[in-house]
Design a protein around this ligand. Structure first.
Ligand code: ATP
Ligand code: MG
Length: 347
């Protein structure tokens, strides 16, 4: 069976390095794969409104930035259907019926949502829409019969919940929906890239990001501020690798070619790590190496992004065409869904 890929991002800010290693690198690989029947990338604006309902302007602005990020990275509109979540109202219909199949206790158990609730400090004023966003995510996936979802690990609980809904729906109303599978990055260091603060995951909402659109100078400043090992004070001090964000990033972004290009003193990253642990390698040295590697990856993305930004009409047209196409598929699939639910009265 050929794969149907669906994935997306919340327009709550520009895309960052976490997105790049967590999901975009896989998308780039998959858009050229032969066993793909269809690939969708959705901008999850309705979901973004669940915790940004008081700031619709932010969502509107970020939507534009995210499409530019996609195109800058090389995601290809000839191979991928890009669409806007709120413009496919069939998704809202699916969500409404799915809500019957999920309990409040189950929603409250979702570890990613739990973590986000803590960060957002809603206290006793949790918007119901926010708590239910994993259900709307189940709609995004199942409406398009998606089988494979390239995501970071924070999304695994959402996919688990989606498959629970699918099984429940099918057992009640007959085989209609398909289960999905997560596609995680090949490199484990990319499952959940930490922010430059080294504390939480890199996340648009936490302000600890290096954005794909950042200028060279901004990247440099952010890398220089990165958390390393607080006990590594003098160059000669032995240094720690675990929890040292610069090494976490080197693990996530280096390739043997990039390493050779920017570091001639050490044979490979493992040798550099050993030397750092022993003492004698300074933080500035590893930070400069990381900056060069990141800038090598981000420069072409940044430049392509700027080219596309010169013609925003063309950029919006890509999104509009994709949304129209997704809408046709959605309308067709909704018919089967309503038939299963026995609410297709006039058919
Ligand atoms: P928000 O703070 O608004 O939730 P976000 O930065 O978490 O934004 P999302 O739009 O929620 O970004 O996530 C989009 C995709 O990127 C998901 O597949 C998610 O798993 C992946 N992703 C986001 N942050 C990271 C990260 N730090 N490491 C790996 N993957 C990530
Ligand atoms: Mg998120």
């Amino acid at each position: 069976m050929k794969k149907i890929i669906l994935t997306g991002d919340r327009p709550t800010g520009k895309l960052h390095l976490g997105h790049y290693v967590g999901s975009i690198r896989k998308r780039l690989e998959m858009q050229d794969s032969k066993d793909i029947e269809k690939m969708y990338v959705m901008i999850a604006d309705s979901q973004a409104l669940t915790d940004n309902f008081d700031n619709p302007e932010k969502i509107r602005e970020s939507l534009k930035e995210i499409v530019l990020d996609y195109l800058g990275c090389g995601l290809d509109p000839k191979k991928i259907t890009f669409f806007v979540q709120s413009m496919v109202p069939e998704l809202t219909e699916y969500t409404f019926y799915f809500l019957n199949l999920v309990t409040l206790a189950r929603l409250e158990r979702n570890p990613t949502v739990k973590n986000e609730l803590q960060q957002k400090e809603f206290k006793n004023n949790i918007p119901v829409g926010f708590l239910c966003y994993p259900v709307s995510q189940a709609a995004d996936i199942t409406l398009f019969n998606a089988t494979h979802i390239p995501v970071g690990v924070d999304q695994l609980p959402m996919l688990e919940q989606t498959n629970e809904i699918v099984r429940k729906f099918n057992s009640l109303y007959g085989e209609t929906l398909v289960e999905c599978e997560a596609i995680l990055p090949d490199n484990e260091n990319c499952f959940r890239l930490p922010g430059i603060d080294g504390k939480n995951k890199m996340s648009k909402s936490l302000g600890n990001c290096i954005y794909l659109a950042d200028e060279e100078e901004e990247i440099y400043q952010k890398v220089m501020k990165m958390y390393t090992d607080p006990n590594h004070i003098k160059v000669s001090d032995p240094g720690k690798i675990e929890g040292n964000v610069v090494f976490t990033y080197l693990d996530a972004f280096q390739t043997p070619e990039l390493f050779k290009k920017y570091c001639q003193e050490f044979y490979d990253l493992e040798e550099l790590k050993k030397a750092y642990q022993k003492g004698g390698v300074g933080d500035i040295y590893i930070k400069k190496l990381l900056f060069n590697i990141l800038n090598d990856i981000l420069k072409p993305i940044r430049e392509r992004r700027k080219e596309y930004a010169k013609d925003m009409n063309e950029v919006y047209k890509i999104l509009k065409d994709g949304t129209n196409e997704a809408r046709l598929v959605a309308k067709e699939n909704l018919k089967n869904f309503k038939h299963a639910l026995k609410i297709d009265y006039f058919e």
